[in-house]
Design a protein around this ligand. Structure first.
Ligand code: URA
Length: 237
């Protein structure tokens, strides 16, 4: 089906339709190698090769899988009602719209996967798939060895008993502890609430992996595309 070029450009998330019209008039848009300035031009978004400033736009039906190191102070959403920064603000260079898979709190940082593959996003967030998510947390107080067992047996948070989780104590400081927590559920603020349930307030929280996919050395606020091996791994989970 053919649609107006400015509508397709806006769908890519480049800018508003009006701004896209302006880009066309300025001669910055090519369709199949030819500059198009005519505002009535219609294109097939799956068949035609559309370029902006000579950058090929990723075809709208092409699946894109991104790993972002989410900084603190960003909402895991594509839009915020209070106009706070959203994670997709950090992906402005990507010429295709993608959506977060699951969420991290405003005050949590670390690994966040984003994609336009709706089937995979659904699968990864569905409780039955139980993908392990690993976090590093700095908490108040000294976490005790007995707490490892409490995480393993499940804890009550908001009248809900959590599934067995793995707690590792990485370091005990004077009045804080550095811990590693692995859960496969995704209840609201689950790690924070589990730590509170054993009497420790989370000071910093960072997700470092989801299944086999790790954040590695990726800097805060930066993203990379997942490689073929990682995509295949997620699809075969
Ligand atoms: N658990 C939390 O408490 N917060 C997150 O952002 C993720 C897991």
């Amino acid at each position: 089906m053919k649609e107006r070029l400015q509508k397709v450009l806006a769908e890519y998330g480049i800018a508003s339709r009006r701004k896209c019209e302006q880009l066309m008039v300025e001669g910055r848009v090519k369709v199949n190698g030819i500059i198009v300035t005519e505002l009535g031009t219609k294109v097939d978004k799956f068949e035609d090769k559309i370029e902006l400033n000579d950058d090929k736009l990723i075809s709208l039906d092409e699946k894109v899988y991104v790993l972002l190191n989410k900084p603190i102070g960003y909402i895991t959403s594509v839009k915020d009602q209070f106009d706070r920064p959203v994670v997709t603000d950090l992906l402005k260079n990507l010429k295709v719209r993608i959506y977060p898979v699951g969420r991290l709190d405003y005050d949590t940082e670390g690994l966040l996967i984003l994609t336009n593959d709706g089937d995979l996003a659904y699968k990864l967030t569905h409780p039955k798939h139980q993908i392990n998510k690993k976090y590093i947390a700095l908490v108040s107080g000294i976490v005790q060895d007995e707490d490892i067992e409490r995480f393993k047996s499940g804890l009550f948070i908001d009248d809900y008993k959590t599934a067995p989780a793995i707690l590792k104590i990485l370091k005990r400081n004077k009045d804080t502890s550095l811990i590693n927590v692995t859960i496969h559920e995704g209840k609201n603020r689950q790690v924070r609430k589990m730590c509170e349930a054993i009497g420790h307030k989370v000071i910093d929280l960072k997700r470092i992996s989801m299944g086999n996919i790790s954040l590695g050395e990726l800097e805060s606020g930066k993203y990379r595309l997942l490689n073929e091996k990682e995509i295949t791994y997620l699809k075969t989970l």
